[in-house]
Design a protein. Structure first.
Length: 435
């Protein structure tokens, strides 16, 4: 992942240094378990921890060895032996490469999940704060991009909060599903290593033993994990697109914070563009794109092949680093979002009461007019507003067919904004709880 869209904490999880340190821990914990079982000397296990644990692994040296061996795990073990000495012969007893690779990937994805969960917590806190700030800020709701009926900006943000709360729950489950350990040896039969070794390593690394592995951890787990990241990215984009639409010049109900000294265009000094949310839309596309190859990784040949390996070397870091950056950026956008309640009211009243058409329609049906006739009566007056800029209330008041069914007071009452927001507190209680 390019540095422009990366944050240090997440990047460090995927560094070569971190990977090799996890590899060592897997091997060393396995040695501890083997020593307890009497398979290798306890002094050898102690030496492995002392010499390997204090070692600074040389990435260039490992790469040099791999150029000859054409095998990354063997290259690492060869380099580790340079530190440990003769007792290195007890390392990797009964294990296969995937035991190290897959268990390490599980550790990395679990750690990445913890960062992403913290990111979601920050975003949820920002959404909650802004939602309550604008709980009663009336704005127009739109369907198909067209004025529909009033809502509040707080309800819009409460919707996003509920959406990301579901995302958080999904990620918790995805983390649990991905956090498995396989130390089962060639083909996963434990023929050359006791299952208790796997249980020990899993406990030490905060994982669960894989119930049944082949020579690899089944990739349906990984597919679900990356699919979950894709769904979260889609939710990021949904909110980003909403903000982009609200920032359009002819709408301008909300906009990204424009900092002093910021420039919007190299050619047009007046521009204030929604560059952050546009960037989020692009980043979301990338995160979603990693879900498909993860799903295609599920179908491996027999007990293993390595067609998944090259894919995961890319999508593991890229998907988690990109989503981490996107969630942090979206949190900043929400925290600093500039909201224009006056423009919301101005836009809502642009079509002079047209947004109250449903209430008039329902009132006519309740007064005994058939739904078909009521719809026709309301629509013919509504079209005058669209086409001639007429005032909807005045048109209704002068329509003899409407007035036959409804009094002036009843018609005027149907234009009360408060009617549309009377259940906002109920919605907030459902989303945020009694508090």
């Amino acid at each position: 992942m390019i540095p422009r869209y990366s944050r240090p904490e997440m990047v460090s999880i995927w560094s070569q240094e971190t990977k090799f340190r996890i590899w060592f821990e897997i091997e060393a914990h396995a040695c501890d378990a083997l020593a307890e079982l009497g398979v290798i000397p306890k002094e050898a296990a102690k030496t492995i921890w002392e010499k390997g644990g204090s070692a600074t692994f040389d990435v260039d040296r490992i790469d040099e060895i791999e150029r000859e061996t054409k095998h990354d795990v063997i290259a690492f073990l060869t380099h580790l032996a340079e530190f440990v000495g003769p007792d290195a012969r007890f390392i990797h007893q009964g294990m296969t490469s995937s035991d190290v690779l897959d268990t390490c990937l599980s550790v990395q994805l679990a750690r990445a999940s913890d960062i992403l969960l913290a990111d979601l917590d920050g975003l949820l806190a920002a959404l909650r704060k802004r939602a309550f700030e604008h709980k009663d800020t009336v704005t127009i709701g739109r369907s198909h991009g067209i004025h529909a009926e009033p809502t509040t900006f707080g309800v819009k943000l409460a919707l996003a909060y509920a959406e990301f709360e579901r995302c958080r729950q999904r990620l918790v489950h995805a983390r649990e599903e991905i956090a498995t350990c396989a130390i089962s040896g060639a083909i996963g039969t434990f023929a050359n290593i006791d299952p208790r070794v796997e249980e020990h390593v899993a406990a030490k690394l905060g994982l669960k033993p894989e119930p049944v592995s082949t020579q690899v951890i089944p990739r349906d787990r990984h597919a679900m994990f990356f699919a979950t990241l894709g769904v979260i990215a889609s939710c990021v984009e949904r909110l980003a697109v909403e903000i982009r639409h609200l920032q359009r010049t002819e709408v301008l109900e909300a906009e990204e914070y424009f900092s002093p000294g910021q420039k919007g265009s190299s050619a047009m000094p007046h521009k204030r563009n929604p560059v952050l949310t546009e960037n989020l839309t692009g980043l979301a596309r990338m995160v979603r794109s990693y879900a498909m190859p993860a799903m295609e990784n599920v179908a491996l040949w027999h007990e293993r092949d390595i067609s998944h390996s090259s894919v995961e070397r890319m999508i593991g870091p890229d998907a988690t680093i990109t989503l981490d950056f996107a969630l942090a950026r979206l949190t900043g956008v929400v925290e600093k979002l500039v909201v224009y309640p006056e423009n919301m009211l101005k836009n809502m009243n642009k079509f002079r009461g047209l947004i109250h058409s449903q209430r008039v329609l329902l009132a006519l049906t309740q007064a005994g007019v058939s739904r078909e006739d009521a719809y026709r009566l309301v629509q013919r007056n509504a079209m005058k507003v669209w086409e001639k800029g007429a005032d909807f209330l005045e048109e209704l008041l002068t329509d003899k067919d409407v007035r036959t069914a409804l009094s002036e007071d009843v018609i005027r009452e149907k234009f009360d904004l408060g009617y549309h927001t009377k259940h906002v507190d109920t919605i907030f209680r459902r989303v945020f709880g009694a508090s």
